[in-house]
Design a binder for this molecule. Structure first.
Ligand code: NDP
Length: 478
């Protein structure tokens, strides 16, 4: 299995053709081995220009495609992804690190999301319909959409960007993270088998390409998922061409367990939503506030669940916990836990990287820690959860909101009405009650504060790929 992938030559796709990168190749590292296993083409800025030009040529036709044509294309793409699911899942494990079952879920999610996006309707709103006038609000596509994706859920996020763009009649140039480019290169190859040339193009390479995209005069919108500083840089670079932006940035989501919660019932859900994808999920639960009366009980339960995880190479049978995706993130996690330890925190389990070259860090629960510590105040984006004691619910809400981020939050309780009242006070885009980190294709998702703006998914997400056009029709006198 390894050999097949290593020998496979990945290419860019520009104007429907597979092309090599003009800047040679970049090495792609397997985080479980801590060493390269494949190469990825590196695109030049001339190739980015060619991709944008191809996407603009394709837009001339695709913008006029009918609803049925767009829907049919998405359904064909979903079939191509589904047909190639085992290969895509294997690529994801090798370059991203997650366990195979989770990679299979990512591919399954990509198929489901593509089909759900195909089913969305773009409505024409009739604002006035009188004997003298009819006013209709139509939605038109924008043009070329530039998609810049991260390394945590690379295939899923590529699909989240590409499919609504196409469904609304736009064309796309996508740039995956240089850390996890291979699944997206393969995805676009599959798309190119069924889409008109130039409708979806892929360029790969480093962050400089992303910067060029942000300022590119031929791109009308950037959809970006990644860190807040990069989102800010994109916004600055996009200003010159007044691009529309959807920015889905970092989060430091708080979960509040209300007094009297059934700890045994909620602990598993808390653990899974904090450690989803080894904690490398924008809307994972990243700070847990537990009432002092149940603090020790929750800590003990979480540590017991952590101890059950089997850490290892995601391709191995029975592994439930993979490596951290890249060395920088791995080092950040080590640093944050060491800092917490030095500040007097209690490490209940994990707390040290595993020996070897892979970026393995076991699930780590940190107790006796509070706000003002780096692990609580910063986004750890990795397999470590700080558990923070609180005395009153008002205090917990205040501390949960004392963050620049505002992506998600959660409240855990058997009393739904009480949980709902606390939920309404949280400053974030989504509040889950007795859950966290669940995103759905029919529900708008996005953050506030420094977690970005704009939403993805559902009708509201689709509308972000359109501009309004008003028809103001004066009827002739009878
Ligand atoms: P980045 O935000 O830097 O990278 C995401 C994407 O942006 C990649 O494709 C990257 O390209 C590209 N990029 C980098 N710099 C620029 C730029 N100036 N203009 C346009 N595009 C650019 O994430 P990192 O990999 O640096 O991760 C750092 C932190 O980001 C993590 O610790 C985590 O906190 C957060 N993060 C959040 C994610 C989320 O889902 N919201 C996902 C990933 C990370 P390339 O990789 O090729 O340089």
């Amino acid at each position: 299995m390894y050999e097949t992938l290593a020998k496979r030559t990945s290419t860019l796709v520009i104007d429907g053709r597979a092309v090599a990168g003009e800047r040679g190749t970049l090495l792609v590292i397997d985080p479980a081995l801590g060493e390269p296993f494949a190469e990825c083409p590196s695109a030049s800025s001339a190739q980015l220009d060619a991709a944008v030009a191809a996407a603009n040529r394709a837009f001339a036709q695709w913008q006029h495609s009918s609803c049925e044509e767009r829907r049919a294309l998405l359904l064909k793409i979903a079939d191509r992804i589904e047909h190639n699911a085992p290969e895509l899942a294997e690529i994801i494990v090798r370059e991203q690190g997650k366990p195979l079952a989770l990679a299979q879920m990512e591919v399954g999610g990509a198929v489901a999301w593509t089909r759900a996006t195909a089913a969305l309707e773009l409505p024409v709103e009739v604002i006035e319909d009188s004997p003298t006038k009819r006013i209709e609000l139509h939605r038109r596509p924008l043009g070329v959409v530039g998609s810049i994706t991260p390394w945590n859920w690379p295939l899923m996020i590529a699909v989240w960007h590409i499919m609504p763009a196409l469904r609304a009649g736009n064309t796309v140039v996508i740039k995956p993270s240089e850390l996890t480019p291979l699944n997206t290169l393969r995805l676009v190859e599959l798309i190119a088998e069924v889409a008109p040339p130039g409708v979806v193009n892929v360029v790969a390479g480093g962050g400089a390409l992303g910067r060029d995209m942000s300022g590119h005069a031929g791109i009308r919108k950037i959809v970006f998922t990644g860190s807040t500083p990069t989102g800010q840089d994109i916004m600055r670079n996009a200003a010159g061409t007044l691009k529309r932006l959807t920015l889905e940035l970092g989060g430091n989501d708080a979960g509040i367990v209300l007094p009297g919660a059934d700890i045994d019932a909620v602990a598993e859900g808390v653990f899974q939503s904090a450690f989803l994808n080894m904690g490398q999920t924008c809307a994972a639960l990243k700070r847990l506030y537990v009432h002092e009366s149940q603090y020790e009980q929750m800590c003990t339960r979480l540590a017991a669940i952590a101890a059950r995880q089997k850490v290892g190479n995601g391709l191995e049978e029975g592994v439930s916990f993979g490596p951290i995706q890249n060395r920088d993130q791995f080092e950040l996690v080590c640093e944050l836990v060491d800092d917490a330890r030095a500040a007097g925190a209690r490490i209940l389990c994990g707390g040290e990287p595993l020996p070897g070259k892979g970026y393995f860090y076991p699930p780590t629960i940190v107790a006796d820690i509070t706000d003002g510590t780096r692990l609580v105040d910063e986004e750890q984006f990795g397999p470590v959860l700080p558990v923070i004691r609180y005395a009153t619910v008002d205090e917990a809400v205040l501390r949960a909101n004392a963050s620049d981020n505002g992506l998600g939050g959660s409240v855990w309780s058997s009393d739904i009405e009480q949980a709902r009242a606390v939920a309404a006070r949280l400053e974030c885009g989504t509040v889950w009650i007795n859950g966290h980190a669940e995103v759905l294709p029919h529900c708008p998702f996005g953050g506030c504060k420094m977690s970005g703006f704009g939403v993805e998914f559902g009708l509201e997400g689709l509308l972000e790929y359109t501009r309004p056009q008003l028809f103001n029709i004066n009827r002739p006198a009878p």
